[in-house]
Write a protein that binds this ligand. Structure first.
Ligand SMILES: [Zn+2]
Ligand SMILES: [Zn+2]
Length: 274
């Protein structure tokens, strides 16, 4: 059994399977709770193919929740782009994420390809990756305070294409300072930080978002964390969960947050994978 995964995508946004296929796979894999979190409608992201019809999405998730009640707890969430935020009373949780930064000639997507990132750094940041980093992290405090997401998705996604420090030095004091200042402002709102296993599960970079120094900071500050896989393919619903548990345990975490019986609960980290 796996207690919970609240970060998953379906064909309502850029996932590859329908919600019912995702649900059946979650049942197969022994999940107790499955949260759907398709992207908010963001015209400039993922070809704009994101839930234009929020009603259809919400109704389908609620109907699955009813149909499978007693077998698996189904929760209706959203991955909300900070710059195209959607609200609806029926959404049970919001993952606040940033995949784009505002720019003069329209939003600049940071997680599409290394080429696009490189081009954006040249065009909008004078070729300086650290200026991009500063801009990226500087948005978080006001985003978190304005929108109050329950969960922060892949806090340091800006690292996605930074293999071998291609665009900026992740070990530099400047990088860490920008990230830690943002983390503290966000953490003080009470938001849960997601430990996103997607990059490892998809065999991209062998990194979790967030990096270890941030995880250590969350532990020190007692900010809550939650493990999720950001699965666009239901085969990866539980991708790298056990690695994430091992990583968090090695840092010293004793508990993680899950969704259970209609709300967020803290459970012992070992109980995530019972
Ligand atoms: Zn995301
Ligand atoms: Zn996602």
């Amino acid at each position: 059994m796996i207690a919970c995964n609240l970060h998953t995508h379906t064909t309502h946004s850029d996932g590859i399977c329908n919600a019912d296929e995702v649900l059946l796979r979650a049942l197969d894999k022994g999940f107790k709770t499955l949260g759907f979190s398709d992207h908010s409608h963001t015209p400039w992201y993922a070809d704009g193919s994101l839930p234009k019809k929020l009603d259809d999405y919400v109704e389908e998730v609620y109907s699955l929740a009813e149909q499978y009640s007693g077998q698996i707890e189904v929760v209706c969430g959203i991955e909300n782009e900070f710059d195209s935020w959607q609200e609806d009373k029926r959404l049970q949780y919001r993952i606040g994420s940033r995949h784009c930064l505002p720019a003069e000639d329209g939003p600049f997507v940071i997680d599409e390809s290394p080429e696009q990132l490189e081009e954006g750094i040249k065009r909008y940041y004078g070729g300086d990756g650290m200026t991009l980093v500063k801009d990226y992290y500087s948005k978080y405090p006001s985003d978190a305070i304005t929108y109050r997401p329950e969960i922060i998705g892949h806090f340091d996604l800006i690292r996605k294409f930074n293999k071998a420090n291609r665009f900026f030095q992740e070990e530099s004091p400047a990088y860490k300072r920008f990230a830690l200042e943002a983390a503290e402002a966000v953490g003080e709102t009470g938001a849960i930080f997601e430990v996103n296993t997607g990059s490892i599960a998809r065999h991209r970079r062998r990194i979790f978002f967030p990096a270890n120094f941030l995880l250590r900071f969350f532990l020190e500050k007692r900010y809550p964390v939650m493990i999720s896989s950001d699965a666009h393919d239901p085969a990866l619903l539980d991708g790298a969960f056990s690695e994430a548990v091992a990583r968090l345990e090695s840092i010293g975490f004793k508990s993680v947050v899950v969704w259970k019986n209609g709300g967020f609960r803290e459970i012992g980290i070992r109980d995530l994978l019972l």
